[in-house]
Design a protein. Structure first.
Length: 79
């Protein structure tokens, strides 16, 4: 059950990051989303979505691996 919850927790930021990449790609091709008033704002929102999604997933994995003691010495917490 805990693995299913972890999967759901990781799916939401993963979808958010994917949508951010899509927004940035569409801006480069000149396709504007209907709910965003300007192309530059679309790129900024897409970049923000991507950074937040990837950052959350990376932090989640780093925290899990630290707990299981599976990280390199430089990523371990100082006591």
């Amino acid at each position: 059950m805990s693995r299913m919850i972890a999967l759901i927790i990781l799916l939401i930021p993963g979808i958010l990051a994917g949508y951010g990449i899509k927004l940035m790609r569409d801006m480069l091709f000149g396709l504007q989303a209907s709910w965003i008033p300007a192309l530059w704002l679309q790129f900024v929102l897409g970049f923000l979505f991507m950074v937040l999604g990837v950052g959350f997933i990376g932090g989640f994995l780093l925290r899990r691996d630290r707990k299981n003691n599976k990280v390199q010495e430089r990523f371990r917490r100082q006591k």
